[in-house]
Ligand binder design. Structure first.
Ligand code: APR
Ligand code: ZN
Ligand code: ZN
Length: 368
């Protein structure tokens, strides 16, 4: 039995239930979670913005210890510390071979079914299957995941910090370092400074950006953005952020802009604050009804602008997770500062409520 936070019905609070957890099948591992971050995408499943079949154990940003390995798993052993990847990456499909592991054919299928790679989940409630978000389900004391979705890390990295690497850090840092091409000395604008946006900011700094303009509606978020490397901050509620970015960049616009919320209005703003010849990276996950339009001639051709989607920070998790863990150990990656509250699994619904507050970058569930 394992205690887990289950979304049984869209729009309703998560329920803490005792579930049966089946043993890992071939190519899977059972992981005892040490910690799980609560990410905006969990809330997006709970409130119906992101389509994920329910009932399901939510949570997709976790790290823990391998406690059982299924048949044929050779690269992991009991006792290994792992970060769970919500896109399992096979390393050999068309996309993985082209360094686009975030689009892995094998792993992506699981995102849709709510099961593991064979489409079934390992959680049961009174004999009925309970699905697992993104082949993960980290709002649970234990889970079973595909072995290609568990990445071994240095056991010296604390599991609370390691958990954050699994989604927010990979996504944000990767958006700046992998998806965008930031050059030394570039000016960058980041719209939305939540858990993911802060990582875009520290990734942009790592990539050599000189000016990093943070945009948010909450002053507390902007203060924290400065701590992560923003050189300028703009409160979008206090005036048109596009005009303000223009003013800060000599009327040209930013070399690279990032949208890290997923709203039509902020996507438009991000596009408009990028300079001619610049790039806009869309990181935030919009609803399926959200559109983005621009006049083809003036928006794109004459202005030579690029708009690029960013999925999971364009990360090869088998390369990037250990790299980020190493950067943290070397003092080059801020993870401690992302953890605003450590909570118990039972308090997961309160973490959803806290998300809008300026004081909270990430709530992290700590398992005992
Ligand atoms: N203008 C500027 N900032 C805004 C606006 C707006 N109109 N609306 C919201 N924000 C800010 C919020 O104040 C908050 O700081 O955007 C930030 C969003 O942060 P979080 O809620 O912490 O979300 P996060 O976990 O960072 O995820 C952001 O990335 O991975 C995706 O699904 C995720 O779409 C979500 C996005
Ligand atoms: Zn996430
Ligand atoms: Zn693959």
């Amino acid at each position: 039995m394992t205690k887990a936070a289950v979304c049984r019905e869209i729009g309703k609070p998560l329920e803490i239930l005792d579930l049966e957890l089946q043993a890992p099948k071939a190519g899977e591992v059972r992981v005892r979670l040490g910690a799980s971050g609560v990410c905006h995408s969990d809330l997006s499943v709970q409130n119906g913005t992101l389509l994920q079949p329910v009932p399901a154990v939510l949570g997709h940003e976790g790290a823990g210890t391998v406690v059982e390995v299924g048949e044929g798993v050779e690269h992991l052993a009991v006792g290994d510390h792992v970060v769970i990847s919500w896109v399992p990456q096979c390393g050999t499909c068309y996309f993985c071979e082209r360094d686009q592991g975030e689009l892995c054919e094998v792993g992506s299928a699981a995102l849709i079914t709510g099961g593991l790679l064979d489409g079934t989940s390992r959680f049961l409630l009174q004999g009925q299957p309970v699905l697992q978000m993104a082949a993960a389900g980290t709002f649970s004391e234990e889970t079973v995941v595909p072995a290609i979705g568990a990445v071994k890390i240095d056991p010296d990295v604390p599991l609370e910090q390691a958990a954050l690497i699994g989604c927010g850090v990979l996504t944000g840092f990767g958006a700046a370092v992998n998806t965008a091409s930031i050059r030394q000395g570039d000016s960058v604008a980041v719209v939305g400074c939540g858990g993911v946006g802060l990582n875009v900011i520290q990734g942009a700094r790592h990539a050599g950006a000189e000016r990093i303009i943070a945009v948010d509606m909450v002053d507390g978020k902007l203060e924290r953005a400065r701590q992560f490397g923003a050189t300028d901050t703009l409160n979008a509620g206090a005036g048109d952020p596009v005009a303000q970015v223009m003013e800060l960049t000599g009327g040209r616009g930013a070399d690279v802009s990032f949208e890290v919320i997923g709203l039509e209005q902020t996507i438009e703003q991000s596009f408009n604050m990028a300079r001619r010849g610049g790039q806009t990276i869309l990181v935030g996950v919009p609803t399926i009804e959200t559109n983005f339009t621009t006049p083809a001639a003036f928006g794109l051709v004459f202005a030579e602008k690029t708009v690029k989607g960013c999925w999971y920070g364009s990360s090869n998790v088998h390369r990037d997770v250990p790299k980020l863990a190493r950067l943290y150990m070397e003092g080059e990656l801020m993870l401690d500062e992302l953890i605003s509250r450590e909570i118990a699994l039972e308090d997961v619904n309160s973490a959803f409520e806290a998300m809008g507050s300026g004081d909270v970058a990430r709530s992290v569930i700590k398992y005992s």
